[in-house]
Design a protein around this ligand. Structure first.
Ligand SMILES: CC(=O)N[C@H]1[C@@H](OP(=O)(O)OP(=O)(O)OC[C@H]2O[C@@H](n3ccc(=O)[nH]c3=O)[C@H](O)[C@@H]2O)O[C@H](CO)[C@@H](O)[C@@H]1O
Length: 394
């Protein structure tokens, strides 16, 4: 298989939620712009990727990917029925496209993508974002030629000889926003530059409990800080109603310190940079963004359906390192939230400690290094790197 002189073809897959799609898009963009690779993005037909990938200018093929669940629900049956259909679609797409390498970044669509690549002898680079691998990556991990992990705590889940700590790919716009000062970012978003700003984000889909607790806490929070709340698109209307109710009787001056939005696309980097403190779930992509921007946070990890959730493990790692404060989801109440926010925002020492400690998780070169690993894996697969065997030292 010749790689020189011809365009390298790369299959990219990852989907369902923003946390899986943005990293895949960051790597795909690097592969296209730096290596002039031809990218085909394989996603599920019902995930956020159906919108985000074409908008980013990549060729997109959708398949039916069944949601894999460890427990039985009505969705298990419908999900299982989609698995063979999606698998057949993935196999056909891989056979037609004939990629030299595949890259997956999680989500259930990564399973048919990884299996189809492997079945066709295409080397696979698999990215692990959360600390513990989820079911998808447990299934395709053994087939992967190389594994990149975002956090050192994940290294022990995979064979050392094929695994590297490279970090989570971060959108270039988030890396670039460091050149904008916190005060400038607040002003650009219409907030006062000199009053602490809390950013509330429940990840790409929003978090109902977080939204409700914050809405109830507004009358206590707004006298000493500004609040930018991202509710999640589907949770916007109910959060707006609740916030309007709880803010009845507040002065216009205090009410103006609050802004609610359903979702932020291009303005998300500004929102993160403008924040004094971020109150959020503990999704892996969000945590990596907090790390590169050195942002203190209160983490409310998404509880698991059963057992321990990946987000709980992510949050525990940050808490151990003093990089964040963690409040378990069922303990989060308006009074506790207000008390924690007041304690942190009035203590420059705690803000500084968290900001320094969270920065130790930053791996801002992740996108470039993962793209390099993908290219190197393709070349090894084609026998273009002499003297190094596949899965050799990196
Ligand atoms: C419910 C669920 O399955 N959650 C998982 C999902 O989270 P989820 O998709 O919520 O991902 P994260 O919280 O990790 O990341 C959210 C991403 O969306 C961006 N963003 C968010 C809100 C917004 O308005 N605008 C915006 O651009 C953030 O900047 C970030 O890049 O993938 C993560 C990464 O594998 C996992 O750790 C989470 O457990």
């Amino acid at each position: 298989m010749a790689l020189t002189g011809t365009l390298m073809k790369i299959l990219v897959s990852g989907g369902g939620t923003g946390g899986h799609i943005y990293p895949a898009l960051a790597v795909a963009t690097q592969l296209r712009d730096t290596y002039q690779a031809e990218i085909l993005y394989l996603g599920s037909d019902d995930g956020l990727e159906t919108q985000l990938v074409p908008a980013a200018g990549f060729r997109f093929e959708a398949i039916k990917a069944g949601k894999l669940q460890r427990f039985v629900s009505w969705r298990t049956a419908t999900g299982l029925a989609r698995v063979p259909v999606g698998m057949a679609q993935a196999l056909q797409i891989v056979r037609q496209f004939r990629p030299q390498v595949a890259f997956t970044s999680g989500g259930y669509v990564a399973v048919p993508a990884g299996l189809a690549a492997s079945a066709n002898g295409v080397p696979l680079v698999m990215h692990q974002q959360d600390v513990p691998p989820n079911l998808s990556n447990k299934l395709i991990g053994p087939l992967a030629t190389r594994v990149s992990v975002a956090f050192a705590d994940s290294l022990h889940y995979f064979p050392a000889q094929k695994t590297s700590l490279l970090g989570n790919p971060i959108r270039q716009e988030i890396l670039d926003i460091q050149r904008t000062s916190v005060a400038q970012a607040r002003t650009a978003l219409g907030f006062a530059p000199d009053l602490p700003l809390l950013l509330i984000t429940g990840g790409s889909q929003g978090a109902r409990h977080l939204n409700q607790v914050v809405a109830h806490a507004l009358p206590e929070l707004l006298p000493f800080c500004q609040v930018l709340q991202i509710s999640g698109t589907k949770l916007y209307e109910e959060t707006r109603h609740l916030a309007e109710e709880t803010m009845v009787g507040l002065s216009a001056e205090l009410s103006q310190r609050y802004r609610l939005v359903p979702y932020m696309s291009d303005e998300m980097p500004l929102a993160l940079q403008a924040a004094e403190l971020v109150i959020c779930r503990a999704g892996a992509a969000t945590l990596s963004e907090l790390a590169v921007l050195h942002k203190p946070s209160i983490l409310v990890p998404l509880p698991p359906a059963i057992g321990r959730s990946p987000q709980e493990a992510n949050a525990a790692m940050f808490e151990r390192a003093q990089a964040a404060i963690v409040i378990p989801n069922d303990e989060l109440k308006p009074e506790l939230l207000v008390e924690r926010v007041r304690t942190i925002t009035t203590s420059p020492a705690s803000l500084l400690t968290m900001s320094e400690k969270v920065g130790t998780f930053a791996l801002p070169e992740a996108t470039r290094q993962i793209a390099e690993a993908v290219i190197r894996t393709a070349k090894l697969g084609a026998g273009l790197v002499p003297g190094v065997s596949e899965g050799g030292k990196n």
